[in-house]
Design a protein. Structure first.
Length: 89
């Protein structure tokens, strides 16, 4: 009987939710800022606005940012929810 086994080299990795990332600073991160939400309307825009803010403000160095795919300004053109803007004013 012969057994032939193939292995794929693997690197340990992990992912964080945005909630878990709060309160921490990271030197390196792989970000997916160009993802598309299935939600529509103002709520979807607000969620992406919060997501981009959390992902970008918890990095210590610009050199540590690695993007999964290229982004454009339209990927970052999101606004907070209207009720939150009214509350801030």
């Amino acid at each position: 009987m012969w057994v032939k086994r193939h292995q794929v080299p693997m690197t340990p990795a992990f992912a964080l939710t945005e909630y878990k990332a709060l309160g921490s600073t990271y030197q390196n991160a792989v970000l997916d800022l160009a993802r598309y939400s299935k939600a529509h309307g103002e709520d979807a825009s607000h969620k992406r606005y919060c997501s981009n803010y959390v992902q970008l403000t918890h990095l210590g160095l610009l050199e540590g940012v690695h993007l999964l795919q290229p982004i454009t300004f339209s990927d970052l053109d999101n606004k907070p929810h209207r009720q939150l803007r009214n509350e801030d004013h």
